[in-house]
Each structure stands twice: as structure tokens, then as C-alpha cells.
Design a protein around this ligand. Structure first.
Ligand code: PDD
Length: 285
């Protein structure tokens, strides 16, 4: 596996960073995950725009222009095997003596990228759906920043794994749903799709946008508004989206069936449309 680190491509075994890197010491950095289909980075401009927003959110200069990122990313795809990959981009505030405040003068940021194989969810999982649990969303108030400081998300996702499930649905203030520990969540009720509007309490998912675009283009009714916790438990269907999981049905929540406990008609419709979109648009570059 060939990775990119600070201007060089190298085997992952050769990559070295300082223990004083602020990513290691403070989790002081941001990241992106970009899916690659048929060797084309999907929605690269949108991912780079979200990266810029994350960098702005932590007051860091972007080390590269969009053109430079595009060149670096395409070269990474080129150097790795596999038609479908997912790219991980990671930028930290660099290496400096340990002090919470920003290094002054600023130091060179650390830029790391790697590629991993991307495989679509297996057919059995699409057929059965996955189970999820709920938990209080105890993260900070800037969940729109794709921060590498993921300890809350790590603990929240582990709660799902401990329960033998795939994801944790996060509830703010005992009141409303925000997203999953590493995904966005949609609720289906009465043939309509509901999702929380983008705000500071959730990551603006690129797959979330794709699902809404597909819904709009195919006359599927949807509404973006705050979703009360009761609506999550009373949903006909629950869906999960992310760049690596695509679209999955959540068929069990906190040990109880969602709707009739099987992937529902909205999931079937959206999955078909998503697969068409993947074939016709994502793979075409
Ligand atoms: N995570 N919300 C959170 C908290 C996430 O971590 C992710 C994705 C999403 C979905 O965003 P997108 O559709 O752009 O992938 C929502 C990635 C896949 C990860 O951390 O590995």
C-alpha cells in the first residue's frame, strides 16, 4: 500500500511522523474520506470544499490549492491497485513543542493520505438490514467540522459493537436525533423521507446530499427538519448513509424491530436508484 506523507509517496511501512505532531498530542487536525469508483474520486470538489470548511473551523490555512489536491489525490489513486478505493486525507497543525496554543510562528502542517479497498455492503446485509442502538450525543457543538479528535465517536460506535450492532444513533438533550456515530440517519414515515437539516450538530454528509438529490429527481417526498426522538422510535424505516457504507437499512433499534423488522419499500427504492446512480454517474467520473 502506497501512502502520501508531506510531499512524498512511500510504502506505508516507511511512513514516520514525530511524536510531537499535534495530531498525535492534541487530536489537532481534520480529515476527509473520499470514495473512488472505477478509479474516479467521487464528488472531489464537494469533499475538498468540506475539507476547506473543516480547516476554516479550526483556523488552519489550507496547505494546498484545489488543483494541487486534485493532482496529489489522482497520483495516490494511480499508485494503488483496485478499481474502487476509499481515500483517507488527514491534516494536522504540524510538529511543535507541546503547548495548547497554536505554534507561533505557524509550522508546516502534516499532510497524510492513504487508500484502502472499498467494497459495497454485501448482498446479505442489504437483505437483512443492520441493527443500531441509541445513545446520548455527548460530542461538542462543532460536529460540522470533520475533526480527527474522534474519541466521542469511537466510544459511541463501540457501544453499538458491544451490542452486536452496526451503528449508534445519537440523541441530543434527550430530545432530537442528530446523526450516527459515523454516518447520517434518515427516518421514513408514511412514504416520506425525513432528515435533520445541516447545522453545527452533524457532519454534512456527501452521501446524505446524494440521497436527497436522488429523492428530488425521482419524486420521492422528503423534508429536512429537526427529528424528535419519539419519531425515531416510531419510524416505518430508518436508513443510514456514509461514503463507505453507502445506504443501509436499520431494521432493529435498541433490540426492537423498526417497522416490520425488514428493509422497507423506501430503502428498496433508494437502493435501486443509488445503484443506478453509482453505475451511471459515479463510475463515469
Ligand atoms: N464518516 N457523520 C459522521 C459523524 C461521519 O463520520 C460520517 C462519515 C458521515 C457521513 O458522511 P459522508 O457521507 O460524507 O461519508 C456522517 C467517514 C466515512 C469515516 O469517518 O470513516
Amino acid at each position: 500500500m502506497t501512502i502520501y506523507l508531506n510531499g512524498e509517496y512511500m510504502p506505508i511501512e516507511e511512513a514516520r511522523i514525530s511524536v510531537l505532531d499535534r495530531g498525535f498530542i492534541f487530536g489537532d487536525g481534520v480529515y476527509e474520506v473520499i470514495p473512488v469508483y472505477s478509479r474516479n474520486a467521487f464528488r472531489l470538489a464537494e469533499h475538498l470544499r468540506r475539507l476547506q470548511n473543516s480547516l476554516d473551523g479550526i483556523r488552519m490555512q489550507n496547505p494546498h490549492s484545489v488543483d494541487e489536491w486534485t493532482g496529489l489525490i489522482n497520483a495516490l489513486i494511480e499508485r494503488n491497485a483496485g478499481e474502487d478505493q476509499y481515500l483517507y486525507l488527514h491534516i494536522t497543525r504540524g510538529v511543535a513543542k507541546r503547548d495548547h496554543a497554536f505554534p507561533n510562528p505557524p509550522v508546516r502542517p502534516t499532510v497524510f493520505m492513504m487508500s484502502s479497498p472499498l467494497s459495497a455492503p454485501p448482498a446479505a446485509l442489504l437483505k437483512s438490514g443492520v441493527c443500531a442502538v441509541t445513545a446520548q450525543d455527548n460530542r461538542w457543538l462543532r460536529c460540522d467540522i470533520k475533526s480527527i479528535a474522534l474519541l466521542p465517536n469511537v466510544l459511541l460506535r463501540q457501544a453499538a459493537v458491544d451490542a452486536g450492532c452496526a451503528e449508534t444513533i445519537l440523541i441530543r438533550d434527550n430530545s432530537f436525533m442528530t446523526e450516527g456515530a459515523a454516518s447520517n440517519i434518515f427516518v421514513v414515515k408514511g412514504g416520506k423521507l425525513y432528515a435533520p437539516p445541516k447545522d453545527n450538530l452533524m457532519l454534512p454528509g456527501i452521501t446524505y446530499d446524494v440521497v436527497l438529490e436522488i429523492a428530488a429527481a425521482n419524486g420521492i417526498p422528503f423534508e429536512l427538519r429537526r427529528i424528535a426522538v419519539e419519531e425515531v422510535f416510531e419510524a416505518d424505516e430508518l436508513l443510514l448513509t456514509s461514503s463507505t457504507k453507502e445506504v443501509l437499512a436499520i431494521t432493529q433499534l435498541d433490540g426492537k424491530p423498526v417497522g416490520d423488522g425488514k428493509p422497507g419499500p423506501m430503502f428498496a427504492r433508494l437502493l435501486g436508484l443509488y445503484q443506478d446512480f453509482k453505475r451511471e454517474v459515479m463510475r463515469a467520473g
